[in-house]
Design a protein around this ligand. Structure first.
Ligand code: KG4
Ligand code: ZN
Length: 498
């Protein structure tokens, strides 16, 4: 049954008062509501939500120049948890910005967890407290507020709720300049990735200064290409999204500055995305069924972590590498073996022809009882092994070394991930980050998890390594939660996931 929102009238007051009295320990009086309604032409707005002709909720707002204050919002008990409160709040936000307000504020009882969750899910953050504000219980009031909002911000949030939001996402955290256009967080209209790998390969790794310069050269063309391939123009978009961290700072700032420039020029709202959250969201593009709670094994060039995701948007890092990241280990070992950069794909290819049991490399921290990893010792072990064999005049079979190294990395990752999945009792595990492209890891993990009835989700191959489609998918989620970046926001090299 659909919900209709409309302005409150004096005839609604009996129904409104019944909900008010059932909802609050210190309810407003009828006179107070009547006085409020008299001010709607001046600085107030009061609305009701109606279903089947019955009033099931209401909300009110005071507009004070650039600021609007949510004064009251309640929903009848039987309609709680059905999204009516969210619709009322979004309507109040829309009214506020239409009347010229640029920020919303409100007070909420400290112990009213449902209300806090609602407002947090709309982008409100805590700005302070009023100690003992509520006379009836002596409870503190939390003061919450939004960031800068325009009508475009609120309509983008509503488009995201409706699943129609059209987003252009930008990613420049490392050595790929990427842009993608996506509708509703799932329908990928275009994804363009300009890789700089050739410029870094001769140095055997990413050179930050080169990355930064190449992003600057490529970003405009890549973004225009993404729009052209999607067949949309800037004017069609609901929002822009950009990776704000973690990553190479000089690389991140190019994307962030470009996205802020576009936002300023077009008036489009800008959403900031955590690169690691993007990698996790890549899985949703392949597996629409994937649902939290889940466990993610995040394995990229810069990160290696086991992350518990009790619900989308909440991340609990259970363990991580104490030294090198998994991708970094692949890259460093590939360099030693003379396989070039990036090393992951080269080692994986060579490993396919080798014997994973040929050399018994160490499985560091396999039995440490925690979810941490250590990979730098393995790299040293490979170097020592190759040196010793060569010095002894023996022929080093590179495919065997590659396969044995890969098995050592993958074995520990599989063992710890399966243990964490069992401990947390999740139904789903997902692989995220560039190393998720590794077939031995995918297949080994899938087989082990299957024995315990746990499902594995892996991103499509082309969305394992850095891309903007995954940033757009995460942006859809962040957009619904009012996760906007102001134009003063900056790129952050070490942005934590949790
Ligand atoms: O996620 P990503 O593109 O960049 C970061 O956010 O770090 O990951 C890149 C890393 C590189 O270290 C690369 O060697 C590794 O992912 N990689 C692989 C494979 N494909 C890429 N590692 C192992 N096997 C692969 N097939
Ligand atoms: Zn990445």
């Amino acid at each position: 049954m659909s919900v209709r929102l409309r302005p409150m009238t004096p005839a609604d007051l009996p129904a409104v008062l019944a909900i008010e009295r059932a909802s609050f320990s210190a309810p407003w009086s009828e006179r107070l509501f009547a006085e409020e309604l008299e001010r709607t032409a001046i600085d107030r707005a009061w609305i009701v939500a109606e279903r089947d002709g019955a009033i099931i909720g209401y909300g009110g707002l005071m507009v004070l120049g650039p600021e609007a204050h949510v004064m009251n919002l309640a929903v009848v008990e039987s309609a709680r948890g059905s999204g009516v409160a969210r619709e009322l709040a979004l309507e109040l936000m829309a009214i506020a910005v239409a009347r010229g307000a640029r920020r919303l504020t409100l007070e909420v009882r400290e112990r009213n967890a449902a209300a806090r969750r609602l407002y947090e899910s709309l982008g409100f953050t805590q700005a302070g407290t009023r100690p003992g504000y509520y006379a009836d219980t002596g409870e503190d009031a939390l003061i919450m507020w939004t960031g800068e909002l325009t009508p475009a911000h609120v309509s983008a949030m509503r488009a995201a709720d409706a699943g129609t939001d059209l987003v252009l996402a930008i990613e420049t955290s490392c050595d790929e300049t990427a842009a993608a256009v996506m509708r509703g967080g799932r329908e990928l209209l275009s994804s363009v990735v300009a890789t700089q790998v050739d410029f870094h390969a001769r140095f055997g790794g990413v050179v930050p200064e080169i990355a930064s310069r190449k992003h600057t050269e490529a970003i405009v063309g890549v973004a225009e290409e993404a729009l052209a391939r999607a067949g949309v123009s800037l004017g069609d978009l609901d929002a822009l999204a950009v990776t704000r961290g973690p990553g190479l700072i000089g690389a991140l700032v190019v994307g962030v500055a470009y996205a802020k420039g576009l936002a300023l020029a077009t008036g489009l709202p800008l959403v900031g995305v955590n690169h690691l959250e993007g990698h996790i969201f890549a899985n949703r593009l392949a597996d629409p069924e994937l649902e939290a709670p889940l466990l993610a094994l995040l394995v990229s060039g810069g990160h290696t972590a086991i992350v518990h995701v009790p619900e989308w948007g909440r991340y609990e890092v259970l363990g991580q590498t104490l030294d090198d990241a998994a991708g970094e280990a692949f890259d460093k070992v590939a360099k030693v073996l003379g396989l070039g950069y990036p090393g992951g794909p080269a080692i994986a290819r060579l490993a396919g022809e080798g014997d994973p049991a040929a050399v018994d490399f160490p499985r560091a921290m396999m039995r440490s009882g925690d979810y941490d990893f250590s990979l730098s010792g393995l790299k040293t072990a490979v170097i020592t092994y190759v040196d010793r064999e060569r010095r002894a005049g023996r022929d080093v079979r590179l495919p065997d070394v590659a396969a044995s190294f890969q098995a050592a990395v993958v074995d520990v990752q599989i063992a710890k991930t399966v243990r964490a999945a069992l401990e947390r009792g999740v139904e789903w595990v997902c692989l995220a980050g560039g190393v998720a492209a590794n077939a031995a890891l995918r297949e080994g993990l899938r087989a082990e998890l299957a024995e315990h009835g746990i499902r594995l989700s892996v991103p499509p191959f082309d969305l394992c390594t850095d891309n903007a489609a995954m940033i757009a998918a995460a942006a859809h989620f962040r957009l619904r939660r009012g996760g906007f970046l102001g134009l003063e926001a900056e790129a952050t090299a070490s942005l934590p996931l949790d």
